[in-house]
Design a protein around this ligand. Structure first.
Ligand code: AMP
Length: 181
């Protein structure tokens, strides 16, 4: 039995109906990471499959991916690479657009953050459609890096993101699932 099952991590996640707009069930991890057991179990659950794997960097997606990814990188003894919303990184960047329900958004990585051939673990709090994570994976691949896996605390499988990433050859690791969106 894995640790997240013993701890019952799902019960620490707060669900907020109709946020940020009607029809969305917002899965709020602030209640999970505010709890010392919840935070530790989440970080441990994310990294355990990768303890014996060759990883050069952990990349976290702004903003909740920074909290979890930073802790995962520290525990694995690896460096952390931020993937940020457009206009936030101070050095030269490469950017990647991705589709939102209405319109397009853009994320960026420093052009020298990942060296060709480096192995990267991607971390975010939640995967829904997979658009954000897929754009992050594109940035790493365009930098010459190899995405070893992508790990998320929460999967919304009905939105198909996990399948989408797997279809591009990425291993996906998640700790819990919620039905619907
Ligand atoms: P997507 O690109 O559709 O996979 O959406 C993933 C990103 O949007 C993550 O960074 C999540 O933090 C956020 N997100 C999407 N849907 C939800 C939700 N229902 N509850 C909380 N965060 C969400």
């Amino acid at each position: 039995m894995t640790m997240h099952r013993i701890v019952d991590l799902e019960s620490y996640v707060r669900t907020i109906p109709d946020y940020p707009k009607p029809g969305i069930m917002f899965r709020d991890i602030t209640t999970l990471i505010a709890d010392p057991v919840g935070f530790r179990a989440s970080v441990d659950g994310l990294l355990v499959p990768f303890l014996t794997m060759e990883i050069d960097h952990v990349a976290g997606i702004e903003a909740r991916g920074f909290i979890l990814g930073g802790a995962v990188a520290h525990e694995l003894g690896r460096g952390f690479v931020p993937i940020r919303k457009k206009g936030k990184l101070p050095w030269k960047t490469i950017d990647q657009d991705y589709q939102l329900e209405y319109g397009v958004d853009t994320i960026e990585i420093h052009e020298d953050a990942i060296k060709p051939g480096e192995k990267v673990l991607v971390i975010d709090d939640l995967i829904a459609t997979g658009g954000t994570a897929n754009a992050a994976i594109e940035l790493i691949r365009r930098s010459g890096g190899e995405v070893v896996a992508a790990a998320f605390v929460i999967d919304l499988p009905d939105l198909g993101g996990t399948r989408r990433l797997q279809e591009t050859g990425v291993r996906v690791h998640t700790l819990m699932e919620f039905e619907g969106d």
